[in-house]
Design a protein around this ligand. Structure first.
Ligand code: EPZ
Length: 415
């Protein structure tokens, strides 16, 4: 099991280039199946989740391989609508296969995407929405079998603006005759990216980024070359890493609008942040003030930056209060920060964090992707050496994480 060894106390400084967004690329990879022509996803991050998705595509006959930094996908060899458990178990985003296989072949069989470290992550809204459009769905023995031969257009109202359910419905409806409307849909930037990608292939999708998306069915889609949006969560992670080390960093290839809630939160703290198109310049002092955060669906504060902000809060003056409103088990990493001397008390979905003078390096374990990133941030500021186990969690969503931190002056290496 690979680990990170981090010697804390270094201020981050220099420049870092953000990769394209994991949470944009994964639904795009599924969307590429909606044509038999070649699709090229430019500057695709080489992260574990992308390789897991490549495995899923290949096992149903789809060509998927990196050509340099671009990911080439060609689905003209698609030969099955059954996604085996052996490949789907590694990746929750296998659920996107439901939508594309129903659109393309009117049939799909996928294993129940497991819950994960941050919650049960059911797909009841995906299932209920598809059923309301006429898809016949059987759920038994840990798998879902779907028949979309009588799928029709219609209006779907999501009880919660689920990112995955919104994306699955968009993918499932591109060929459905008539107009399908998704109300109370997710508004994340990755949803807008999926709309732009699909429209670039000849789809007719509108409204992404608002609470109502409309999909007018078309007969077929053609290939495309598409560059996904920058990863707002990776960018946010480096911004918080700069804040926790009192550093001075220029972050390239980022859309500041997509992380305005974080920028607003830190500007009111002690960070000097200036924006210039797709560059964020951030300079932070050592005297950081405590803060309050409630995570919410976009444009609220992103749940995927909650753990990183909790790490920052451990060394801010005063008491911070962070409430996680999106996932039910997203504070597992807190006990690892407590081993480093953090003062964190959990009350259900709320963490009360009393700032301490310093954290101390020790051996800790990443429980999940963003919790793991938070532990690395703790190690950057801790006195002494921190060993973070479970690097594989972190490599699911960050491309070259330790090399980017190393280039900013951190003392970090994989051992
Ligand atoms: C996406 O997950 C992201 N993953 C997550 O990023 C992100 O945290 C989440 O959206 C929220 O922004 C990808 O895009 C690949 P949801 P998703 O459906 O689609 C519940 C990361 O760290 N729910 O909006 O699974 C669900 O349990 C990952 O990069 C149901 O109850 O999120 C959760 O509590 C983590 N029933 C809440 O809704 C459903 O049918 C939000 O889930 C669907 C969801």
């Amino acid at each position: 099991m690979e680990k990170y060894q981090i010697k804390g106390g270094r201020r981050l400084s220099g420049k870092v280039e953000i990769s394209c967004a994991k949470n944009a690329v994964l639904p795009l990879m599924a969307g590429a199946l909606l044509t038999n022509e070649e699709v090229l996803i430019k500057n695709c991050p080489k992260i574990v989740d992308v390789y897991s998705m490549i495995k899923i595509l290949r096992c149903i006959g789809v060509d998927a391989e990196f050509i340099g930094n671009d990911l080439r996908i060609c689905a003209d060899g698609l030969n099955s609508e059954v996604v085996p458990f052996s490949v789907a178990k590694e990746l929750r985003s296998s659920v996107f296969m439901l939508g594309v296989l129903l659109a393309k072949n009117k049939r799909a069989e996928i294993p129940y995407p497991g819950g994960c470290e941050i919650g049960l992550r059911p797909i009841d809204m995906h299932v209920a929405s598809l059923k309301s459009l006429g898809v016949v769905i059987e759920e038994d023995g840990g798998k879902i079998t779907c028949d979309a031969s009588n799928m029709k257009s219609g209006v779907v109202y999501l009880d919660f603006p689920s990112v995955g359910a919104t994306e699955n419905l968009m993918l499932a409806s591109v060929f459905t005759k008539g107009e399908t409307i998704i109300k109370n849909c997710a508004k994340e930037p990755e949803i807008v990216d999926l709309m732009n990608f699909l429209n670039g292939m000849g789809a007719k999708v509108s409204g992404a980024g608002t609470d109502t998306i409309k999909i007018d069915g078309v007969k077929r889609l053609h290939g495309t070359i598409y560059k996904p949006i920058p990863d707002r969560i990776e960018a946010g992670t480096f911004i918080i890493a700069t804040a926790i080390t009192g550093g001075e960093v220029e972050i390239f290839n980022v859309n500041p609008e997509n992380i305005s809630s974080l920028i607003h939160k830190l500007c009111n703290n002690t960070c000097k942040i200036s924006l210039n198109n797709d560059i964020i310049y951030i300079k932070c002092g050592k005297s950081r003030k405590s803060f309050t955060i409630d995570t919410n669906p976009y444009p609220g504060f992103p749940t995927d930056l909650q753990a990183q902000m909790t790490a920052l809060a451990t060394v801010c003056k005063g008491t911070s209060v962070i409430t996680e409103n999106v996932f039910e088990m997203r504070f597992k990493f807190a006990k690892e920060l407590i081993k480093m001397g953090a003062d964190i008390k959990l009350y259900g979905r709320t963490a009360i964090i009393k700032g301490v003078r310093k954290l101390f390096g020790t051996t800790i374990t990443a429980p999940d992707l963003r919790g793991g990133a938070a532990l690395v941030l703790g190690g950057l500021v801790a006195e002494g050496t921190t060993i973070v186990n479970g690097v594989r969690h972190i490599e699911r969503g960050y491309d070259g994480f330790e090399n980017k931190l190393l280039a900013l002056g951190a003392d970090i290496k994989k051992i």
